[in-house]
Unconditional design. Structure first.
Length: 124
Protein backbone atom coordinates (compact mmCIF):
# COMPACT_ATOMS: atom_id res chain seq x y z
CA UNK A 1 0.00 0.00 0.00
CA UNK A 2 1.31 3.45 -0.90
CA UNK A 3 1.90 6.17 1.72
CA UNK A 4 -0.71 8.44 0.13
CA UNK A 5 -3.27 5.64 0.24
CA UNK A 6 -2.48 5.01 3.91
CA UNK A 7 -2.84 8.74 4.64
CA UNK A 8 -6.24 8.74 2.93
CA UNK A 9 -7.40 5.72 4.93
CA UNK A 10 -6.08 7.20 8.18
CA UNK A 11 -7.81 10.50 7.46
CA UNK A 12 -11.10 8.74 6.68
CA UNK A 13 -10.81 6.82 9.97
CA UNK A 14 -10.22 10.02 11.90
CA UNK A 15 -13.12 11.74 10.15
CA UNK A 16 -15.29 8.75 11.03
CA UNK A 17 -14.30 9.15 14.69
CA UNK A 18 -15.47 12.77 14.59
CA UNK A 19 -18.57 12.61 12.43
CA UNK A 20 -19.54 8.94 12.13
CA UNK A 21 -22.66 9.39 14.25
CA UNK A 22 -24.05 11.64 11.50
CA UNK A 23 -24.03 8.85 8.91
CA UNK A 24 -26.91 6.46 8.25
CA UNK A 25 -26.95 3.13 10.07
CA UNK A 26 -25.80 1.26 6.93
CA UNK A 27 -23.00 3.77 6.24
CA UNK A 28 -21.82 3.52 9.86
CA UNK A 29 -21.87 -0.27 9.71
CA UNK A 30 -19.75 -0.40 6.56
CA UNK A 31 -17.36 2.32 7.79
CA UNK A 32 -16.94 0.57 11.13
CA UNK A 33 -16.24 -2.81 9.56
CA UNK A 34 -13.73 -1.27 7.15
CA UNK A 35 -11.98 1.29 9.37
CA UNK A 36 -12.41 -0.07 12.88
CA UNK A 37 -12.55 -3.84 12.35
CA UNK A 38 -10.15 -3.84 9.35
CA UNK A 39 -12.40 -5.97 7.17
CA UNK A 40 -11.61 -5.97 3.47
CA UNK A 41 -14.22 -4.84 0.94
CA UNK A 42 -14.72 -8.49 -0.04
CA UNK A 43 -15.24 -9.54 3.59
CA UNK A 44 -17.77 -6.76 4.17
CA UNK A 45 -19.63 -7.67 0.97
CA UNK A 46 -19.79 -11.31 2.08
CA UNK A 47 -20.86 -10.34 5.60
CA UNK A 48 -23.67 -8.08 4.38
CA UNK A 49 -24.67 -10.15 1.35
CA UNK A 50 -24.06 -7.41 -1.21
CA UNK A 51 -21.62 -6.82 -4.05
CA UNK A 52 -18.08 -5.50 -3.68
CA UNK A 53 -19.15 -2.58 -5.86
CA UNK A 54 -21.95 -1.70 -3.43
CA UNK A 55 -19.49 -1.65 -0.53
CA UNK A 56 -16.97 0.39 -2.51
CA UNK A 57 -19.66 2.95 -3.41
CA UNK A 58 -20.92 3.07 0.18
CA UNK A 59 -17.40 3.77 1.45
CA UNK A 60 -16.74 6.39 -1.23
CA UNK A 61 -20.01 8.18 -0.55
CA UNK A 62 -19.60 8.00 3.24
CA UNK A 63 -16.07 9.39 3.09
CA UNK A 64 -17.24 12.21 0.83
CA UNK A 65 -19.97 13.07 3.35
CA UNK A 66 -17.47 13.00 6.22
CA UNK A 67 -15.10 15.32 4.32
CA UNK A 68 -17.97 17.74 3.69
CA UNK A 69 -18.77 17.81 7.42
CA UNK A 70 -15.13 18.59 8.16
CA UNK A 71 -15.09 21.36 5.55
CA UNK A 72 -18.12 22.94 7.21
CA UNK A 73 -17.33 22.34 10.88
CA UNK A 74 -13.54 21.97 11.00
CA UNK A 75 -13.50 19.97 14.24
CA UNK A 76 -10.68 17.65 13.21
CA UNK A 77 -8.54 20.54 11.96
CA UNK A 78 -9.15 22.44 15.19
CA UNK A 79 -8.15 19.45 17.32
CA UNK A 80 -4.98 18.82 15.32
CA UNK A 81 -4.00 22.51 15.54
CA UNK A 82 -4.65 22.48 19.29
CA UNK A 83 -2.47 19.39 19.71
CA UNK A 84 0.35 21.05 17.75
CA UNK A 85 0.07 24.17 19.90
CA UNK A 86 0.12 22.14 23.11
CA UNK A 87 3.20 20.30 21.89
CA UNK A 88 4.97 23.58 21.09
CA UNK A 89 4.05 25.01 24.51
CA UNK A 90 5.29 21.84 26.20
CA UNK A 91 8.66 22.08 24.42
CA UNK A 92 9.00 25.73 25.42
CA UNK A 93 8.22 24.83 29.02
CA UNK A 94 10.99 22.19 28.93
CA UNK A 95 13.48 24.87 27.86
CA UNK A 96 12.30 27.28 30.55
CA UNK A 97 12.42 24.61 33.27
CA UNK A 98 16.02 23.75 32.33
CA UNK A 99 16.94 27.44 32.44
CA UNK A 100 15.21 27.85 35.82
CA UNK A 101 17.04 24.80 37.20
CA UNK A 102 20.38 26.13 35.96
CA UNK A 103 19.79 29.53 37.53
CA UNK A 104 18.40 28.16 40.79
CA UNK A 105 14.97 29.75 40.44
CA UNK A 106 12.79 27.17 42.15
CA UNK A 107 9.63 29.33 42.06
CA UNK A 108 9.78 29.67 38.27
CA UNK A 109 10.45 25.96 37.89
CA UNK A 110 7.44 25.07 40.07
CA UNK A 111 5.18 27.48 38.16
CA UNK A 112 6.21 25.99 34.84
CA UNK A 113 5.59 22.48 36.12
CA UNK A 114 2.10 23.53 37.24
CA UNK A 115 1.40 24.88 33.75
CA UNK A 116 2.56 21.60 32.22
CA UNK A 117 0.24 19.66 34.53
CA UNK A 118 -2.67 21.87 33.47
CA UNK A 119 -1.85 21.23 29.80
CA UNK A 120 -1.61 17.49 30.46
CA UNK A 121 -5.08 17.56 31.96
CA UNK A 122 -6.40 19.22 28.78
CA UNK A 123 -5.08 16.34 26.67
CA UNK A 124 -6.90 13.66 28.67
Amino acid sequence: MKDKELDTIAQASLLYDFYGALLTDKQREVMELYHEENYSIVEIADELGVTKQAIHENLRKSEKILRSYEEKLGLMKSLLETRELIEAIDKKIDVLIRKAQESGRDEAEEGLKEIRDMISNLEE
